[in-house]
Write a protein of this length. Structure first.
Length: 433
């Protein structure tokens, strides 16, 4: 859902006379000066869980109560490359896949993504004509705005990025289909299918089906299905992700998607568990590569999480506690932006039903100025353009807001300040010449 404050009595700034714009600029500059005098030190840069969210999982610190899984295997020892069966069952339920499709690993799904891409570069996949590194060029499709860590990973590995628009229903399938049909250098694409970072968009079953079925020039084309926010609901409506593996198998491309998830924003961000789900062939390929780098994951931590949750419904109940803590912070973002900016024609923002971010689009050419003004006032924001490859937003209009980490009162103060900065930057732009 996107909000632009259309239903309001406010006059769009672009419709004001030059004299009225100048008067308003003077008034807003005074508001900004008052903001700076408050000496704020607030941070909305990263989508981290707040301390109260981490406290929800403190029961993990006294677990596991045993050192054997249900089969009697001693989890303290080597082995079990796939991960604990009980934990794989929980992830399978949450992701809507078969337990046989799942591998559970360490704390970071980002690490698993990096492994898959790196091994595709070094070795190629089960359906690759040759390792990706032997291709003249390797490209990935990147929906924008999107997740900055996806983009920096590709940049570090020397993979070119081609952008497509992110719509409310997922990546623009027409744009994606046109790109992959004729260019064998396009080997993959990213998607955060449920509550996308940063827009909160949910990939519809129809778009997912198109992505899984479309012809691709590369026989080993991969969709990196990063389901980071599959259970991170902000309302009582708990949206389910599209069945990526099932749709791909039905369309004759079972190896196309590789799914990732973790408990990084469910339990302890630095001490959770991550999972990969894929076709039988992809899974066997992954485990073979992994076997040269590891003898087994931290099964003690796997058992700890199994005891803590019990089953997938335990995870869902736990996430409702998270929702109760962070939903008011997202409401505070909406309230601050609406109260100051609605109807002015200088900003649009999302009202997500899940995930960790609010996507803010300001007047073209002013996002960098908004971030700089906020910084001068003691409010740290993610750099403008960070949701685009190489940090390059061609319109300089996109800002990602991350309200989860600060306490509610800090979110309210920070967002009131951000709204002032958005209006000031817009007025400066509109009064230049």
């Amino acid at each position: 859902m996107r909000h632009d404050g259309a239903v309001t009595s406010a006059t769009p700034l672009a419709d004001l006379s030059a004299d009225d714009l100048a008067a308003r600029l003077t008034a807003v500059r005074a508001d900004y000066d008052a903001l700076k005098e408050r000496g704020l030190k607030l941070d909305l840069t990263r989508g981290k869980p707040g301390a109260d969210q981490l406290d929800l999982s403190n029961g993990l610190l006294t677990l596991p109560s045993s050192y054997k899984d249900r089969s009697g295997t001693d989890v303290r020892n080597y082995g079990g490359l796939e991960g604990l069966a009980e934990l794989r069952e929980i992830f399978a339920d949450l992701l809507g896949v078969d337990t046989a499709d799942v591998v559970c690993g360490g704390n970071s799904s980002l690490t698993m993504m990096h492994q898959v891409i790196t091994w595709m570069l070094l070795k190629g996949g089960p359906d690759s004509p040759r390792p990706w590194s032997q291709e003249p060029v390797v490209k990935f499709i990147c929906p924008v705005p999107g997740y900055d860590r996806h983009f920096t990973m590709l940049a570090e590995l020397g993979i070119e990025m081609v952008t497509v628009p992110m719509t409310p229903d997922g990546p623009d399938p027409v744009a994606v289909r046109a790109l992959v049909a004729d260019d064998p250098a396009i080997k993959g694409m990213w998607i955060v299918p449920t509550y996308a970072n940063p827009t909160g968009a949910v990939c519809s079953a129809e778009v997912a089906a198109e992505l899984m079925a479309m012809p691709t020039a590369a026989p080993d084309f991969r969709i990196f299905w990063d389901n980071a926010y599959a259970v991170h609901h902000l309302t009582e409506v708990e949206t389910k992700s599209a069945d990526a593996l099932g749709l791909a198998a039905a369309s004759g491309h079972p190896n196309r998607p590789v799914m990732f998830a973790s408990t990084s924003k469910i339990t302890f961000a630095g001490a959770g568990v991550a999972a990969l789900a894929a076709s039988a062939e992809n899974k066997a390929w992954y485990l073979e590569r992994l076997g040269f780098a590891a003898i087994g994951p931290d099964k003690v931590n796997h058992l700890r999480h199994v005891e803590f949750f019990g089953d997938a419904d335990g995870v869902r109940a736990h996430m409702r506690k998270h929702r109760d803590l962070i939903a008011p912070k997202f409401a505070a973002v909406e309230e601050a932006l609406t109260s100051r900016l609605a109807g002015l024609g200088i900003a649009e923002w999302t009202v997500p039903t899940g995930g960790y971010f609010v996507n803010l689009d300001v007047l073209d050419g002013t996002a960098s100025r908004v971030v700089a003004l906020a910084r001068e006032a003691g409010i740290a924001l993610t750099p403008a353009g960070s949701a685009f490859p190489h940090g390059d937003d061609p319109n300089d209009r996109n800002i990602r807001l991350a309200p989860t980490f600060p306490v509610l009162e800090e979110v309210q103060a920070a967002m009131a300040g951000v709204a002032v900065c958005v209006e000031l930057a817009a007025l400066e732009s509109l009064t230049q010449g």
